[in-house]
Every structure is written in structure tokens, then in C-alpha cells.
Design a protein around this ligand. Sequence first.
Ligand SMILES: [Zn+2]
Length: 272
Amino acid sequence: MLVNEHVRFGEGGTGDPATGDRPLLYREGDLWYAVFTTEYEFDPSITFHPSEEEVGIDLGIISFAALSDGTFIENPHVYRNAEDAIKEAHHKVHRRKKGSHRRARAKKELSRLYRKARNKRRDFLHKASHKLIKQYGTLVFEDLHIDTMTKAPEPKQDEHGNYLPNGAAAKGGLNKSILDAGWGTFVMICSHKAAEAGGKVVKVSPNGTSQACSGCGCVVPKDLSIRWHSCPHCGCELDRDQNAARNILQRYHMQKQNGAGSVPQRSLVGGL
Ligand SMILES: [Zn+2]
């Protein structure tokens, strides 16, 4: 939208028409955004999802998501692809003299690249969630705390006090991928879309979903580098993340059976 001198905006607000509040204004690079809040009638009790299909979803690194029915959603690695360009743009900013026009121009270019990467990622998250919500009535995710997952893992020691490889380096390198993949945002978007479509998003405990065998329940230990689940007890053979996705769905079924029920996730209506 074009803002000219005839449009008067204040310092920013919620943009809520009910209170006549001004829109929230913010600037990103050389673009200005105005955020308005709108209201619409929505009664979840009269909306039913046409599908009773349930799916377990394991959010991962290699693939963005592995589904319990055997399909995968591939990771776009949007940020990764743009990474080189962004790095180069950063260098350019630092090379140029402070306060110079050339530096200002480089900064502008840098913010444009970031914006492009963010938009692409958001677009991907919306499309992927839309597809899932259309097909499945219930989406089951792990209750992941992204904050702790992206922290450097604690070193583990064996019984002799030697440090065990716990995938620290691998995990460290994965941190950006996790943030890049935008898991938390994805689950939030899914919750929002599910609520509108009469479906639901539920979360189950993530403990041991990758280690347990989805065929027989036995624990089959494997570190992050092992991508294949091969169970010596029941002969179950499948992709590591798919095994996890099946465990996630089974965990939800167990919760339902035990009467613990599932707590539908609150729909978060955000500016996404
Ligand atoms: Zn097994």
C-alpha cells in the first residue's frame, strides 16, 4: 500500500476496527507494512472435518516431515539456498565505509535477501500445512520444545567416565536447519488451519519416539547419524523418521485408549 501525506498514521497500534485503533506500522528495509486486524464469525462447533484420518508427523532435518502413512514432505532449505548470497551481502556491508552511500545500498540489498528467504519459507509452511489439513482430520505432532532442542546438547559420559559421541557436533550444525525449517511456526499454522477446518492438532510426548520400534515397541538405540530403523526383535525395517511418525500416531491412540484423551491445541491466531 502506498502511504502518502493524506493518510495519517500514529505511532502504531493494533489496527482493531472495534476500538478504532490505528494499524500497526513497521518497516523492513525500504518497505513499509501496515497490519490491520479484522474480525469474522467463526463457530468451531458447527465445523466438521470431512476426514477421520489421523496422521503422525515427525518433523525432521533430512525431510521436513515424515508421515506415519509413509509419505514425506521434503525440506525446501530455503535459507540454505539463500545462505551464500546472504553471507556475501553481509561481507559487502562490512567492507564498505561506515556512513557511505555504498554501505547503505549494501544494507538494503541484505535486508531484501533476508525478506525473500523469509517469504519463501512462510509460503512453504502455509502450503505444506494446507495440504495436511485438507487430507487429515487429526494431525499428531511431538510436543517439542524448540528452545531446548536448539541448545548445544550436554556431553554424555559412559560408565568409565569417557565422553560418548552424542551427536553434539552434528546437532550443533543442525541448529540452523531446525530454525530454518520453522517447526514451531509450522505447528502453530497447522493448529490455526485445523481449527478453521474442523480438524485438530494434538501433541504427544516426544520421549523415545525415534528409539522405540513402531512394530513391536522394543527399544532399538540409534544415534542421530543412523537414518534407518532396523529392529532385531521383530524384523521391522523402515526409515528412522517414518518409524518415529508411526510411534507418534500410536502414542496418540494409546492416550485415547487410556482415556487420557488428547488436548486439542489452542488455535493461535497470529499474523501469519
Ligand atoms: Zn520391532
